[in-house]
Design a protein around this ligand. Structure first.
Ligand SMILES: O=C(O)COP(=O)(O)O
Ligand SMILES: [Mg+2]
Length: 247
């Protein structure tokens, strides 16, 4: 890794052309682990199964509702029982989530100032999350953030979720910016994989979930401590901001 204030070629040059940012939701803008935990425990209580802890849940977030429910069931039931219970459990999970959404969440530091700085710099914004679209919109509205995004895509908005590049490509297309001039900002390997596969620059925030693995394992272009630092870097790549580049 090299510090941003060292001489740079690669990402520094790319960042001069960044005209759009595609920002992840859970673990990047909003800390949602306690909502997921409460929702899953509502579902598990109905099944008479052992509850989850927030530590267990934080290792599963970021791959969409189906993955989350399946993983939690698989840790409590046999493979056959998990399959037999999955569809009904997912329905109950979504019903509980609709009740809980936004109740136990908090915004991470410098999210709103970061989005405002990106908008101010003329960077077009999309939110791409694996969370169902209706829950994502409700959460962004709760925090007054929906107005920053001209495009919001959920895990059910297009045929495939991150780490597939399709949602990123769809977002870039809707913003009218080629992927090579766009950056994907997220907390997990999924965001970096999807962004890379779409041909975008990728930045990682260090405070989210990343499937229980260290963020240093993520193959992205750099780590930014907050969205505000990401905005500073994108607006002025040679400013010596707090970004740490992975090259
Ligand atoms: O797994 C989810 O439901 C959401 O995860 P994401 O917002 O980090 O994409
Ligand atoms: Mg995330």
């Amino acid at each position: 890794m090299s510090r941003l204030d060292e001489p740079l070629a690669g990402i520094g040059a790319a960042a001069h052309r960044l005209r759009a940012a595609v920002v992840d939701l859970d673990g990047t803008m909003v800390d949602t682990v306690d909502d997921f935990t409460a929702t899953l425990n509502g579902m598990l209580a109905e099944l008479g199964a052992r509850p989850v802890s927030r530590e267990e849940v934080s290792g599963y977030i970021g791959k969409g509702s189906e993955h989350l429910v399946r993983t939690v069931l698989a840790a409590r039931f046999s493979a056959e029982e998990t399959e037999a219970r999955f569809a009904a459990a997912l329905d109950r999970y979504q019903a509980h989530y609709a009740e809980v959404n936004g109740r136990h969440t908090r915004l991470y530091p410098d999210v709103e100032p970061g989005l405002a700085a990106l908008a101010q710099a003329g960077v077009k914004l999309a939110c791409v999350t694996n969370k169902p679209h209706r829950f994502a919109v409700a959460l962004l509205e709760k925090y007054g953030l929906a107005r920053y995004f001209s495009v919001i895509l959920g895990g059910d908005s297009v045929a495939r979720k991150k780490p597939d590049p399709l949602p990123m490509l769809t977002a870039c297309n809707a913003l009218g910016v080629p992927p090579a001039e766009a950056v994907a900002i997220g907390d997990s390997e999924n965001d970096a994989l999807a962004g890379r596969a779409a041909g975008m620059t990728t930045l990682t925030v260090p405070y989210g979930y990343n499937h229980g693995k260290a963020i240093q394992t993520i193959n992205s272009d750099g780590i930014v401590p907050t969205l505000l630092e990401a905005a500073r870097f994108i607006a002025n790549p040679s400013s010596g901001s707090g970004a740490t580049l992975n090259r």
